[in-house]
Design a protein around this ligand. Sequence first.
Ligand SMILES: Cc1ncc(C[n+]2csc(CCOP(=O)(O)OP(=O)(O)O)c2C)c(N)n1
Ligand SMILES: [Mg+2]
Length: 280
Amino acid sequence: MKTDDINELKKIAVKCRKNILRMIRANGSGHLGPAYSCIDIVTALYFHGMNVDPQNPKMADRDIFLLSAGHKSMAQYAALAEAGFFEKNILDTFGQFGSRIPGHPDMHKLPGIEANTGSLGHGLNLACGIALGKKQDGLGAKVFVIMGDGELAEGSNWEAAAVAAHYGLDNLAVFVDHNGLQISGRTKDVMSFEPVADHFAGFGWATKRITGNDMAEIVAAIDAIPFERGKPSLIVADTVKGRGFSKAENQAGYHYWKPSAEDMALAEKELEDDSAGVGK
Ligand SMILES: Cc1ncc(C[n+]2csc(CCOP(=O)(O)OP(=O)(O)O)c2C)c(N)n1
Ligand SMILES: [Mg+2]
């Protein structure tokens, strides 16, 4: 399941985007922009970076992934399904009453989900506790988090940023999905936390900035973790919200998408013929 091959990872990211469209088709709507924005990072984590086993999702020395921005859930479900954590026909139940893949991730419903997220501003705090515990048990596991850039407006994140540095959690790595948009517009207009890397560095984190839809750059960043011994790692991942569907790219209006039949067909076609270029 794991690969170092960048082209192979790009192809898997296309399959994951197809899984996302499958969920939206089944449910009639979903967070397309947020899921597409981070799916290249999620793909690289599950298929290159993380020590996880779909056959043994609770293995003691596994790496931990927390999707702090839980509204991006389809990205994680897409990768978990592609990796074999659950049967793909479950994708067709997305968002429906009683589904194992509800709108926001639920650790009690699906193997591979480590925490319930969706209320923004909690994932990093949970991750700090888990990373501290993992350090103490000496198994060498890493903890990975994906946050949104709009999510940084939650003050709880900054307490966690201080805690992670204070305890020297160099087994913790955070990707900020830096797409410049949140639910209702540009992060710089709604609530700005720029420059993101400098704020985390001020608390004592080691930081890198990458293009977050560029598979080679994502893989290089993952391979460099921890960036400095004794410090948590922060990756500002410059992404395009909606990357992979031309109409949605960099559009706040596609944060939550209820597609017409024509638009869904167009989004599917762009993946099929790869006119969006995400597999190239
Ligand atoms: C505590 C909390 N407040 C508000 C929301 C509603 N909400 C859902 S997504 C979102 C915007 C998130 O923007 P960002 O973190 O930039 O993620 P993106 O959509 O760009 O992936 C908001 C405000 C929430 N889920 N939790
Ligand atoms: Mg954002």
